[in-house]
Ligand binder design. Sequence first.
Ligand SMILES: [Cu+2]
Length: 120
Amino acid sequence: MTTLLVNLSGLLLMAAIVWWFWLYRPGLAAQPEAGAVQITVANGVYSPDRIQVPANQPTRLRFLRQDPSACAATVIFDELDISVELPLGEAKEIVITPAAPGQYSFSCPMQMYRGTLEVK
Ligand SMILES: [Cu+2]
């Protein structure tokens, strides 16, 4: 019985390692399609939370907030000087035109929701 448990936990550990090293890709950034990206706000995460956008070109970010908590209601792009209210269950579009390439963060006021714009 103990041997079985040891073998089972070994298998689980291997599965976890395979998932972590080969299947999980946190660095992959979402790219806009026809100049727009849809971002869902739910369960404490923006999805996608990494978005690659071109510099000096307008990109439409369409936020769809599904989280009723008050904190999720505002999205802030600190470096871009943007702060926008997101209505619940309704798409809200923000147009950004970042000038300089780099990493720009966006978040809710308490930093629970966090995302990154990669400007190229
Ligand atoms: Cu928050």
